[in-house]
Design a binder for this molecule. Structure first.
Ligand SMILES: C[C@H]1O[C@H](OP(=O)(O)OP(=O)(O)OC[C@H]2O[C@@H](n3cnc4c(=O)[nH]c(N)nc43)[C@H](O)[C@@H]2O)[C@@H](O)[C@@H](O)C1=O
Length: 328
């Protein structure tokens, strides 16, 4: 069986590739855009076929689908950082929507018989009133940033291509995910990196933060990518599924969890530049539909996830120190 992952060098993409390669029964092909990100993964993807492909270019995507003829497509490639979408809304909308459109059009015109998973997001729900939690798939969308709007468009485009052309599409709405290799712009990774730098004496003992009162539903990325696989194994085409832990904590509690694993004392400072013009206050998901259809449940605890993330940054910083020493 051949699986194509768009955005294989990204956070979820690289973990999904690792999972599929470890199964031994899947040939993995992946698209990437940034060679730098790929290099940082070392030999992790050495058994995958890697294709440098700009998804907003229809001709390139057509060639990719024609040449690879995948049985499964995991469509993960996206601009997924909320503040970037606020600064560059057009870029986010074009990348996320046109990239997917090109992929669906290629599958439709080439008549490739494949199952497609579309990575949508809990950000689509946006503003949620406390009495509307836990969030079900039927909750209203009240998006608070262009990234959320782009994900609603991707979600509905997937629905429409299933309804209009019978494409075998399953949509997943993942809630916040984290774990080793999370890009440092996201909150868990950003705080973990700052703590690891402080431990090494490379940052003064001050952790800079934004809005600590936001509430998020965290799942480890390794559980999320297993869910993506299950979504194509047992998900119903045309359906949409929330993927979430079903528990939530404040960002402040998340920071305290990381600090409880650190061997330093720090002061916490709010950095005004980290505050957003509008932030989603509360995210708590109901993934009972997905669990009942696939049997999925998270296996990695939040504590473990934070431990692994902190150790990941400790490792990166050690490597950088060694590399710096080599040069000296
Ligand atoms: C499901 C969804 O999940 C993610 O979206 P996000 O929730 O915006 O992720 P984040 O890690 O940037 O922020 C989480 C919360 O943490 C607050 N916060 C406080 N202090 C800092 C801070 O210093 N940095 C950041 N980044 N956030 C901070 C921030 O204001 C927000 O309330 C993406 O994967 C997205 O692609 C996606 O689909």
């Amino acid at each position: 069986m051949k699986a194509l992952i768009t955005g294989i060098s990204g956070f979820a993409g690289s973990h999904l590739a690792e999972y599929l390669l470890s199964r031994g029964d899947v040939e993995v092909i992946g698209t990437f855009r940034s060679p730098g990100r790929l290099e940082s993964l070392g030999t992790l993807l050495q058994n995958a076929q890697l294709v440098n492909c700009e998804l907003t270019d229809a001709e390139s995507v057509n060639r990719l689908i024609r040449q690879t003829q995948p049985d499964l497509i995991f469509h993960l490639a996206a601009q997924s950082f909320v503040p970037t979408s606020l600064h560059s809304p057009a870029d986010t909308l074009v990348n996320n929507l046109v990239g997917q459109l090109n992929m669906l059009e290629a599958v439709r015109h080439l008549e490739v018989d494949c199952k497609i998973q579309i990575a949508c997001s809990s950000e689509e729900y946006g503003m949620v009133y406390p009495n509307e939690t836990p969030i079900k798939e039927s909750n209203p969308f009240r998006p608070l940033n262009p990234y959320a709007v782009s994900k609603i468009a991707q979600d509905f485009l997937g629905y429409q291509y299933h309804q209009s052309y019978g494409l075998n599409i399953v949509r997943t709405r993942a809630f916040h995910h984290t774990g080793p290799r999370r890009e440092e712009c996201y909150v868990t990774s950003n705080f973990a990196k700052q703590i690891a730098l402080i431990e090494e004496g490379l940052q003064s003992p001050n952790v800079y933060v934004g809005n600590l009162s936001a509430i998020r539903d965290f799942t480890d990325v390794r559980d999320i990518v297993r869910a993506y696989w299950l979504s194509l194994e047992s998900g119903v085409p045309g359906e949409v599924y929330n993927i979430s832990s079903g528990t939530s904590i404040t960002i402040e509690e998340m920071l305290q969890t990381l600090l409880s694993k650190a061997n330093v004392h720090v002061d916490i400072h709010v950095d005004q530049k980290r505050l957003r013009p509008s932030d989603v206050d509360i995210v708590l998901g109901d993934s009972s539909l997905f669990r009942s259809v696939t049997g999925w449940a998270p296996e990695i605890s939040f504590e473990q996830s934070m431990e692994d993330l902190l150790n990941y940054w400790r490792g990166v910083i050690q490597q950088q120190k060694l590399a710096g020493g080599d040069r000296g």
